[in-house]
Design a protein around this ligand. Structure first.
Ligand code: FES
Length: 126
């Protein structure tokens, strides 16, 4: 799925959250827009490391969670609540479950101090 074609995607540089808003060894969802067309960003954290994906399971095109802000995050995987697909934190690839070989859609992010922002880091002038 090309995330750039989805409605309600945030502008580059939009604030997603502070690092401390994401539970360590856990997840946080930040949504942009309302209803079924909202853009759902899933942030996963291990210490200082953060990965961002579209919260959209490639199996049945559903969010990975049933309940708001409730995600099953294991040592190195996040698990879809619907049919137990396991996705690597580091690259979003499904390693077990009904959609092995498919992947979550990685989203770009960058840090500004303690903030996590959407999009690639702005280029720095030499
Ligand atoms: S919808 Fe995620 S595993 Fe089926």
């Amino acid at each position: 799925m090309n995330w750039m074609e989805r409605p309600n995607r945030p502008e580059p540089g939009a604030r997603l959250c502070a690092l401390g808003d994401i539970p360590d060894c856990g997840a946080l969802e930040v949504q942009f827009g309302d209803g079924s067309e909202n853009f759902r960003v899933l942030l996963l954290r291990r210490g200082e490391r953060v990965w961002t994906y579209l919260n959209f399971c490639p199996h049945f095109s559903l969010p990975l969670n049933y309940q708001p802000q409730t995600f099953l995050v294991l040592d190195d995987a996040v698990v879809c609540a619907h049919h137990t697909a396991f996705f690597n934190l580091s690259d979003g690839r499904c390693t077990d479950g009904p959609c092995v070989g498919n992947s979550l859609t990685a989203l770009p992010h960058h840090r500004v101090g303690d903030e996590i922002r959407f999009g690639a880091a702005p280029a720095v002038s030499p």
